[in-house]
Design a protein around this ligand. Structure first.
Ligand code: F6P
Length: 531
């Protein structure tokens, strides 16, 4: 770490030491303009940082950290298509996936936007073709970034499903996942989309083969004819998709400058488009682009992804909070925490800096969460009174998009939902003194310490546009944190060792007498399994 950067980190430590005796209540009392300064708009999102344990002086140091880590230059390098992922020698240009037609985004001097829009048009055409073919169900087979983004978004945007095509997602190599999905489906009206950037991922290829066998049995075709008739693919390994038997005009390309966890806006979103249609998909892209523009243009003090990233740094490194809960008060964002787990933990769960040296500060916290209000009746006890402080991101909307119920019932339930969101943020921040009760005169067990930070993200309604904005907000906040930590947020070497050992285990299971590199504990477990 450079000396200039180390000095800012030390200044940040001084700020958190100073603030350790200051409560969020004190901060509101001291800063009359707190709401005006700490609530920022990013496109249609209202992002409220006022209940964070930060004041103007600490923010100044956080901005100094951004400056010392050259955030604005690195942001420019990302948008310029420079190879900012050095361990894979790749550009990181997911922002080009949502750039408007006619604009330019270059990788190695070559514009990619025209290609992106050609692919979007092909996707839209294939969706129409599928809808017209009598296929009623699409099963997306993929894992990690080839599942979490589109699966999260398909659930979030279920009220915007327009095509008449039902979409399911299968990811786990556990056959129970695929079996549960296919059990109620009719092979005569089902198509498969194999989504895999590499087209080599073990889980995806195993599920794809089993699903094709299921289709072939149901249709009475051979495997080759089944793949030709009913399988679509999304991959940057177009040759492997072709070798699998997928017809060339049904293979949608991906590019190596799109990371899996940043790929929702790419053709990996094809299954999502099969559900919500091309217009809604484009509205989601426009939402993402609006926050891309905000990230570039807004001054740092009003820049939501920058503030979100920096406040996360303060919580992780200044206060030492090791995890963060993401609680959407929107049932349809039920998969959003899982999606964020990959986005943030695969990006920033790193122990070496971008030059290969050990980092000097903790990196990504553990990210987890469940929709509210369900979480309130499960783990919120710990959030309010546990010994660990866990910052929370609350996400809510002014209006519900729930259908089928009486309009007044939707409105009244939604009002209760939002009252709970606002109440939880208040209770965590401001707490309540000990109350007496008839069991314990001191009532200490009924005291709420407060001073537990949260951010609240609000929107008018969860729509394709606002979902896109939300995704881009978190993507860019993740980038900001990676820059401050001095790490490469765009590789994922940490997932490789397990894959290599799994291959050795699989080989050992098949041929237990052959020499194996496996350790004694694993060999013993395999011996038990085989017995
Ligand atoms: O194993 C991790 C990972 O490489 C993720 O980064 C990626 O999103 C996922 O696997 C799926 O990879 P693919 O799209 O190549 O099947």
């Amino acid at each position: 770490m450079e000396e200039s950067v180390r000095r800012v980190w030390t200044a940040l430590d001084r700020e958190t030491a100073r603030l350790s005796g200051v409560s969020i209540t004190d901060l509101f009392a001291a800063e009359s303009d707190r709401i005006g300064r700490m609530v920022v708009d990013a496109a249609d999102l209202r992002v409220d940082f006022s209940r964070q344990r930060v004041d103007a002086a600490a923010l100044k140091v956080l901005f100094a950290l951004a400056e010392a880590s050259e955030l604005t230059d690195k942001r420019a390098a990302m948008f310029a298509g420079e190879p900012i992922n050095p361990t894979e020698q790749r550009a990181v240009l997911h922002t080009a996936l949502r750039a408007p037609g006619g604009s330019r985004s270059e990788v190695g001097g070559v514009d990619v936007v025209a290609d992106v829009h050609r692919t979007l048009e092909r996707m839209a055409k294939l969706v129409d073709e599928i809808a017209a073919s009598g296929v009623r169900t699409v099963v997306n087979i993929g894992i990690g970034g080839s599942d979490l983004g589109p699966a999260m978004a398909a659930l979030a945007l279920a009220p915007f499903a327009t095509t008449g095509i039902e979409v399911h997602f299968v990811s786990n190599v556990d056959p129970a996942d695929l079996a549960a999905c296919l059990a109620d489906l009719d092979p005569r009206t089902t198509a498969i989309v194999v989504s895999s950037k590499t087209f080599t991922t073990q889980e995806t290829m195993a599920n794809a083969r089993s699903a094709v066998n299921w289709l072939a049995a149901g249709l009475g075709f051979d495997v080759e004819a089944t793949v030709a008739a009913r399988v679509y693919a999304v991959s940057s390994n177009v040759a492997a998709a072709g070798a699998f038997g997928v017809l060339a005009d049904r293979v949608l390309p991906m590019w190596d400058w799109v990371g899996g966890r940043f790929s929702l806006a790419s053709a990996i979103g094809f299954s999502l488009m099969c559900s919500i249609g091309a217009d809604n998909f484009r509205a989601m892209l426009a939402g993402m682009h609006a926050v891309d523009v905000h990230f570039i243009d807004a001054p740092l003090e009003r820049n939501a992804p920058v503030l979100m990233g920096l406040v996360g740094i303060l919580n992780r490194n200044g206060y030492g909070y090791g995890s963060r809960a993401v609680i959407p008060y929107l049932q349809q964002l039920g998969r959003f925490p899982a999606y964020l787990q990959q986005l943030e933990m695969e990006s920033n769960g790193k122990r070496s800096d971008i030059d290969g040296h050990a980092v000097e500060r903790h990196t990504s916290p553990v990210v987890w969460g469940e929709p509210g209000t369900n979480g309130q009746h499960a783990f919120f006890q710990l959030l309010h009174q546990g010994t660990d402080v866990i910052p929370v991101d609350f996400i809510g909307a002014r209006r519900s998009t729930a259908g089928c119920l009486a309009v007044e019932d939707v409105a009244s339930q939604h009002e209760k939902l939002m009252a709970n969101l606002f109440a939880q943020a208040a209770a965590l921040a401001f707490g309540a003194p000990a109350m007496t009760d008839n069991l314990n005169a001191a009532g200490e067990h009924r005291a709420f310490p407060g001073n537990r930070p949260s951010t609240t993200i609000l929107m008018d309604a969860l729509t394709p546009a606002t979902l896109g904005q939300l995704v881009a907000l978190y993507e860019h906040a993740t980038f900001v944190q990676g820059v401050a930590w001095g790490i490469n947020s765009f590789d994922q070497w940490g997932v490789e060792l397990g894959k290599v050992i799994a291959n050795s285990v699989y080989a050992h299971m098949a041929e237990p007498a052959a020499p194996t590199p496996l350790d004694p504990a694993t060999r013993a477990a395999v011996a038990w399994y085989r017995s």
